[in-house]
Design a protein around this ligand. Structure first.
Ligand code: VG1
Ligand code: CO
Length: 546
């Protein structure tokens, strides 16, 4: 056993505080000698429970995944980890990693992914540390890792042969046990506990139901093929782009109306399919579509809350619901009518962890195509698809019918998000700083026919551990229930991304079937005017409209 100590100095964060989830940079940056090692060593230095413990390791299969796994195995061995559980081929979707951490009572996990960001030699790579509950590191842990990366002077590694990641079974690296596992098995077993597989199987067997799932050449391919086609009997070919590719087939593995346009097209035209869904690079996001119908992630969460009793794993009812601040208040409305607790948290899944652990909530979601429950501690793309399948099988209605009924009962929250990508970082920061300064005097003012009810920069106090998170986004609420939210992305790798989230409540069933952008046009104009977006960013229109 040859253990070596190598000197490292610069922090991989380059002085920037950690963003929404983990460390994300261009592949070339991660390939710089000592770069990945610095982050990983900082995790071992700040997480003493890993010494003598179990680590879970895997990623979304993107370029550099395999190399990074071998580097981490050597560092783990040198840092005294007793056992590392790694997915075959180095694969684990984010929700599956969360599942495996929990099931095997590991002391933590390292997940290699930059989520929906493009991959390949010129694309992005990323790494994040998940804690023993299976969830993303809370802010205190992230900060400790960040601080350590700035003072670290060495990393520990061993000289050892590479592990054969393609063969399941036992191996070892410098005295540390390595277990290469089927990345799908534990996760598929958990899904079988939560959903009525027999009923969904009957739905597929009826011959009256057609579905396509777009894995976008990313990690959910093997999971979807096993669960949908092999276990649930969906016809072969239901899963599209099901083989993970290091560059995601050159695409952008983000399941939205822009990047999954071909799938969306299949739900339109003369012969539309009944149900379509997609997931992102690391498998934690989901997009849900019916015939001629797109379910916004905010609506999806609200429908789940209202219908949980139809679904096997939740038939006894749910404890409560949480949504990230920019997510529409559709779920709040359901919770209010059903008498359920409802929480508003900052953006990022880490903020749901304490509420889930404390049993205060069962379901949670984000507007960014993320939904999940207390079954793991990450958002879960395929889980959401199976939830909808279980619902369609139980209610014997179409997606459209379920949505229309939902709006008639609870009202519709028109919702859209406008993203301005790769904006000059200084200009974007100045725009938000100006809005923050404006919030104090805004309440009560009438602007372009909208009366401001409240305006603030969202701050959150965790109800379980009392930790405080400030400056989480500018909220401006209006008298008619409309709302505008502005925040800067914490996951981008180039310049700044300004996100503008818009919401309008429509209780009148006769007015619930307008085009979203048309129905929200006055609010969109107001959002641009208030923030001087065009003038300050030089952009006449957003890059992505969802
Ligand atoms: C985005 C989303 C946020 C999500 C995060 C991670 O963050 O808005 O809701 O939690 O991505 O998603 P930001 O800071 O760029 O807005 V993913 O699928 O990494 O894991
Ligand atoms: Co993701």
């Amino acid at each position: 056993l040859a253990m070596s100590v190598t000197t490292v100095s610069t922090s991989p964060f380059e002085g920037q505080r950690p963003g929404t989830s983990g460390l994300r940079k261009k592949v070339a940056v991660f390939q710089t000698p000592g770069y990945l090692e610095n982050f990983v060593q900082a995790v071992f230095d700040t997480q003493p429970a890993l010494r003598g413990g179990t680590l879970v390791l895997g990623g979304d299969g993107r370029f550099y995944n395999r190399e990074a796994v071998q580097v981490i195995l050597r560092l783990a061995a040198a840092n005294g980890v007793a056992r590392t559980v790694v997915g075959q081929h180095g694969w684990l979707s984010t929700p599956a990693a969360s599942c495996v951490i929990r099931k095997r009572r590991a002391q933590g996990g390292l997940i290699l992914s930059a989520s929906h960001n493009p991959g390949g030699p010129d694309g992005d790579f990323g790494i994040k540390f998940n804690v023993p509950n299976g969830g993303p590191a809370p802010e205190a842990v992230t900060e400790a890792i960040y601080d350590r990366t700035r003072s670290i002077e060495r990393y520990l590694t061993v000289e050892a042969a590479a592990v054969d990641l393609d063969r399941c079974g036992a191996a070892s690296v410098g005295g540390m046990a390595v277990e290469v596992i089927d990345p799908v098995a534990d996760y598929a077993a958990l899904m079988q506990e939560l959903f009525d597989f027999e009923r969904i199987h009957q739905l597929f067997n009826s011959g009256l139901f057609t579905m396509r799932f777009d894995a976008m050449h990313a990690i959910t391919g093997p999971y979807a093929t096993q669960i949908l086609e092999r276990m649930l009997g969906a016809e072969p070919g239901t899963v599209l782009n099901g083989t993970p590719e290091p560059d995601f087939g050159g695409g952008h593995p983000d399941p939205n109306l822009v990047h999954a346009a071909a799938l969306v097209e299949m739900t339109r035209g003369a012969h539309p399919i009944d149900f379509a869904a997609a997931s992102d690079g690391d498998g934690d996001r989901n997009m849900i579509l019916g015939r001629h119908c797109f379910v916004t992630p905010s609506d999806s969460l609200a429908v789940m809350v209202a219908n949980a009793h139809h679904v096997k794993g939740y038939h006894r009812g749910i404890a409560g619901v949480a949504r990230s601040m920019p997510t529409s208040r559709a779920a709040d409305r359901v919770a209010e009518i059903l008498g359920l607790p409802c929480y508003e948290t900052p953006t990022g899944w880490k903020f749901f962890g304490n509420l889930l652990d404390a049993g205060r909530i069962t379901l949670c979601g984000e507007e960014s195509f993320g939904t999940g429950s207390d079954h793991v501690r990450e958002k879960d793309g395929l889980w959401a698809v199976l939830f909808w399948l279980n619902l369609l099988a139980a209610r014997r209605q179409s997606v459209r019918e379920i949505l229309d009924e939902h709006w008639r009962r609870f009202g519709r929250h028109y919702y859209t998000r406008h993203d301005y990508e790769g904006v000059d970082a200084t200009a974007a920061q100045a725009l938000v700083d100006r809005l923050r300064a404006m919030t104090t005097g805004l309440a009560g003012q009438a602007i372009d026919g909208f009366t401001v009810a409240y305006a603030d920069d969202f701050a959150y106090t965790d109800p379980v551990d009392g930790s405080r998170s400030e400056r989480q986004g500018i909220r401006i609420g209006f008298g008619d229930g409309s709302r505008i939210v502005y925040r800067l992305s914490g996951t981008g790798t180039e310049g700044a991304t300004l996100r503008v989230y818009l919401e309008r409540y429509e209780p009148d069933a006769q007015k619930q079937h307008q085009d979203t952008q048309e129905a929200m046009a006055p609010l969109i104009r107001l959002a641009d005017g208030l923030a001087e977006i065009t003038a300050r960013t030089g952009r006449a229109a957003p890059d992505v409209i969802t």
